[in-house]
Design a binder for this molecule. Structure first.
Ligand SMILES: [Zn+2]
Ligand SMILES: [Zn+2]
Length: 382
């Protein structure tokens, strides 16, 4: 309150100085498991049940609740039903092929124009998005054991781009993920796809055929989430290290409060205290940092995807423009070169074919001096 009155006071004094309108953009901290228990205490189990009530049963319940006669219910259905909204005339979209009335001529012209706007081709982003939706919307599991339990919670997370603080124009979620409250933090970690997990380290200009198949994710498995003063480390594999140590050490030497650590795989979302709308951190590959924001916490609804195996459920992936080869401008780049006398730019991107045609003779001997690295396009996740 004190803070509010100070603000009010300030506003009065300098009315032409901008004051932030949305000061409280995040909720206060709450325990997710307890929040769920509170809901379950007050709600009638029917509300979050996965079973649909048969229409006849619904009618009987309605009659009892409102204290009306069955005859009145029938009358209500007739008067308030969706059918009563229809005009009873013909379909307004069907027009005679050769209309004489001016209004109909206009309408026909409009309709013909509209038809030219419909595209029957889908690009691969749309195909992917449609497929993602088809897989999950209203999906029921094949085996009853995989059914999401009634009263389970769904948490929505927005995962932001790693470049958040470098280029402000790109502050947007590259992925939206739904997780179940009972799932472990590691399950969210595994659902986050970041291009830095796919990098292949090394310079391969002399041995372009020897690019190893293993990627950063196989080598550097350490990662942590930073939620409310606690670093949750991934310690599932023997090669995992506590990469939060540097930060904690830095904080300790500067007199900041002590930060806790915990293990990611032993913590479920129900164990967490979180704030909705608050920026948290996910760090992997040493210093690839993502802001993670919890945007919604709610009970599972019967129309949600009820197949436990599909969670964490990715509901949105931001489209990234793919970087095409700088020679053919056709294929997605697979190589990046630097100190390359043959290249128009430094660094320069190439597809596999152009890279080899440009830099090696028929026997595969390297032509000229350059450094070559494997390139993973961020658009590969589209
Ligand atoms: Zn990353
Ligand atoms: Zn090319």
């Amino acid at each position: 309150m004190a803070e509010g009155s100070v603000l009010m006071h300030e506003e009065k004094q300098h009315e032409n100085v901008p004051v932030y309108e949305f000061v409280n953009v995040n909720s206060s901290e709450f325990h997710i498991g307890t929040f769920r228990d509170l809901w379950l205490e007050v709600l009638n189990p029917e509300v979050y049940s996965h079973c649909t009530t048969a229409p006849e049963v619904e009618d009987v319940e309605f009659i009892e609740e409102m204290g009306i006669e069955p005859k009145t219910l029938e009358e209500l259905k007739n008067i308030c039903g969706a059918d009563s909204l229809k005009s009873g005339h013909e379909d307004p979209d069907s027009l005679p092929s050769d209309p004489h009335l001016s209004t109909l001529k206009l309408r026909k012209r409009r309709q013909d124009y509209k038809e030219t706007l419909t595209r029957d081709t889908l690009d691969r982003h749309e195909v992917y998005a449609n497929e993602l939706e088809m897989l999950s919307v209203g999906k029921k599991p094949e085996s009853p054991g995989d059914l999401v339990p009634e009263g389970e919670m769904v948490l929505s997370f927005n995962i932001m781009y790693p470049v958040l603080f470098q280029r402000f124009k790109r502050v947007r979620a590259f992925q939206t993920v739904h997780v179940l409250g009972s799932q472990r933090l590691t399950e969210l970690r595994d659902a986050i796809c970041c291009v830095s997990d796919l990098q292949v380290f090394g310079e391969f200009s002399s041995t372009p055929d020897m690019v190893p198949q293993f990627i950063s994710k196989d080598h550097y498995k350490s990662a942590f989430f930073f939620f409310n003063g606690t670093f949750f480390n991934d310690t599932r594999f023997p090669e995992c290290r506590d990469i939060s140590e540097t930060t904690r050490e830095w904080a300790r030497s500067r007199g900041f409060p002590h930060f806790q650590t915990a293990t990611m795989e032993d913590t479920s979302f129900y164990d967490l205290k979180m704030k909705v709308g608050f920026p948290y951190y996910y760090t992997h590959q040493g210093d690839c940092e993502h802001v993670v924001i919890l945007t919604d916490v709610r009970l599972v609804h019967q129309d949600d995807c009820l197949d436990m195996k599909l969670y964490p459920l990715i509901t949105h992936k931001h489209r990234v423009v793919t970087r095409k080869c700088s020679v053919c401008h056709l294929y997605i780049s697979r190589w990046i070169t630097s100190s390359d006398a043959l290249a128009p730019t430094d660094p320069c991107l190439y597809c596999d074919q152009c890279f080899r045609m440009f830099h090696y003779d028929d026997e595969g001997n390297k032509l000229g001096d350059f450094l070559a690295y494997a390139y993973v396009d961020p658009g590969t996740f589209n």
